[in-house]
Design a protein around this ligand. Sequence first.
Ligand SMILES: NC(=O)c1ccc[n+]([C@@H]2O[C@H](COP(=O)([O-])OP(=O)(O)OC[C@H]3O[C@@H](n4cnc5c(N)ncnc54)[C@H](O)[C@@H]3O)[C@@H](O)[C@H]2O)c1
Length: 259
Amino acid sequence: MANHELPLTGQVALITGGASGIGEAAVNMISGAGAAVALLDRDQEGMKSVATAIEQAGGRATAHVIDLLDTDSIADSVAEVLSAHGRIDILVNAAGISGNSDEILEQSEENWDRVQTINLKAPFRLIQQVGRHMVERGGGGRIVNITSSSAHRARQSIAPYGAAKAGLAQLTRTAAADLGRHGINVNAIAPGVTKTPMTKGIGDDAAFQVLVEEGPLANLLHRPSLPEDVADTVLYLCLPGSRQITGQTIHLSAGAVTA
Ligand SMILES: NC(=O)c1ccc[n+]([C@@H]2O[C@H](COP(=O)([O-])OP(=O)(O)OC[C@H]3O[C@@H](n4cnc5c(N)ncnc54)[C@H](O)[C@@H]3O)[C@@H](O)[C@H]2O)c1
C-alpha cells in the first residue's frame, strides 16, 4: 500500500439505511477510509444529502432508493449497484425499524411481519445476493449486520424487534459458517441505546443521560452511544486487522450487555 493510499481504496461498500443515524455514520466512516459507497434506503432526500457531501469531499457515493419491505426488489438493487460500481466488497445491513411499542398480548401480526421483513428477511436476501457476487468474483469480502442489545436482554414492549434482531444474530453465525471458506467474514454489532432519529422519542440530552445512568438501559461508562461509536466498529470489521474475526456479535453498549 502506497503511503497516500487509504486502507479501503479500490473497494466498494453497499450500506443499507445509509440515509440516517448509524447507517449514515457507517457510510461516512467507510468512505473516509477510501471505499466507494452505495447507499440503499427508502429516504431519497436523506441519501441525496449524505451522498452529495461525500462527493463534494472528493469521495464516490451513489444512492439507490428501495423499500426493503419489498424483498423481491433487492436483487435489482444489487444489480444496479454492481452496474454503477462493478464490484461489492463490503455489505453493511444497517436499515431497520423498531416497530410499535405494544406489549405481546396486544401485538398485531401486521407489525410482526413488517419488523421481521425489514430487520431479518431483507438482510438475508442481501447476504444471498451480495454473497453470490463475492463468491463468483473469487471470494473475499466483509459483511456487517447491525443487531441490537434488545436481541440479548428481556425488555418490555419490543417482542417483534427483539426476536428479529436475535434472528439476525444467529443468521450472522450461520452465514459466517457457510461463507467462511470463501474468505467472507460475517459479523454483527449489537448497539445499546444510541442517539439517532430512531430514538428521538427518548427526549433531549438530559433524558438520554438519565437512561444511561439508571434503569434497564444503564451502561457502565455512563455515556450515551453516538452513531459514530457504532460506525468505528463497523469500520474495524471491514479492515484487514479484523481478518480472523467472523461469526461474532460485538456488544456496542458500553457494557450494558456483556455477554
Ligand atoms: N438507535 C438505537 O438505539 C439502536 C440500538 C440498537 C440497534 N439499532 C439498529 O441500528 C440500525 C440503524 O438504526 P438507527 O438508530 O440509525 O435508525 P434511523 O431511523 O436513524 O435509520 C434507519 C434507516 O433505515 C431506513 N429504513 C427503514 N425502513 C426501511 C425500508 N423499509 N426500506 C429501506 N430503508 C429503510 C430509514 O430510512 C433510515 O435511513 C437499525 O437496524 C436499528 O435497529 C439502533
